[in-house]
Design a protein around this ligand. Structure first.
Ligand code: FEO
Length: 173
C-alpha cells in the first residue's frame, strides 16, 4: 500500500474539514429557507448538507484505507445567511467554487508527488464538482426567471422538496 506523504495527508485533512464546513453552510442555508417558510427548498439544502458529509467520508475512508490518520480541523464559524432564495443559491455556488478550487489544488499536489493512488478519487470529485456547480447555476437561472412571482416560487419549493436525502454513508452517493 502506498502511504500518503505528510504534505498530502495534511491537504486531505484540510479537504475533509472543508467538506464538513460545506455541510454546515448548507445546513444553515436550509434553516434560512425554513425561516422564509419554504420547506421544500429547506429540505433540498438539508439533503445537500448530507451529501457533503458523504464527501468528507469518502476522503476519510481513502485516508484510513492507506494507513493515514484523518484529523478534522477547526471549522470556521458558519456565516452563511440569506434573505432570499437567490442569495441562498448564490452563497452555495460561491462555496462550491471554493471547494472545486481546493480539489484542483489537491489533484495538482497528488500529481506533483506522483501519488497515483489518489487520482481516481480526485477525478471522481472533479466530475462531482462540475455537476454540483452546473446544478446550482441552473437553479440560480430558474430563480432569476421566477423573480418575485409567488406561484413560481411555490412550484420550485414543491419541485425541490421532492429530492430525497441518501444518508451520509460514503458508499451511498
Ligand atoms: Fe463536496 Fe459540494 O462539495
Amino acid at each position: 500500500m502506498a502511504k500518503l506523504t505528510g504534505e498530502l495527508e495534511q491537504a486531505f485533512n484540510q479537504q475533509v474539514t472543508l467538506e464538513l464546513e460545506a455541510s454546515m453552510v448548507y445546513r444553515q442555508l436550509g434553516i434560512e429557507m425554513d425561516v422564509l417558510d419554504l420547506p421544500g427548498i429547506a429540505s433540498w439544502f438539508r439533503a445537500q448538507a448530507d451529501e457533503e458529509v458523504v464527501h468528507a467520508n469518502k476522503f476519510i475512508d481513502h485516508m484510513t484505507d492507506r494507513g493515514a490518520h484523518p484529523r478534522i480541523q477547526a471549522i470556521e464559524a458558519v456565516t452563511a445567511s440569506a434573505g432570499s432564495v437567490l442569495e441562498a443559491f448564490q452563497a452555495s455556488l460561491a462555496h462550491e467554487e471554493k471547494v472545486s478550487e481546493a480539489i484542483r489544488g489537491l489533484y495538482r499536489l497528488a500529481q506533483k508527488q506522483g501519488d497515483i493512488d489518489a487520482l481516481p478519487l480526485l477525478n471522481w470529485f472533479i466530475d462531482e464538482q462540475l455537476e454540483e456547480e452546473a446544478m446550482v447555476s441552473e437553479l440560480i437561472g430558474k430563480v432569476r426567471l421566477i423573480d418575485d412571482d409567488g406561484p413560481g416560487l411555490l412550484r420550485l419549493d414543491e419541485e425541490l422538496g421532492a429530492r430525497e436525502s441518501h444518508g451520509t454513508e460514503a458508499d451511498a452517493e
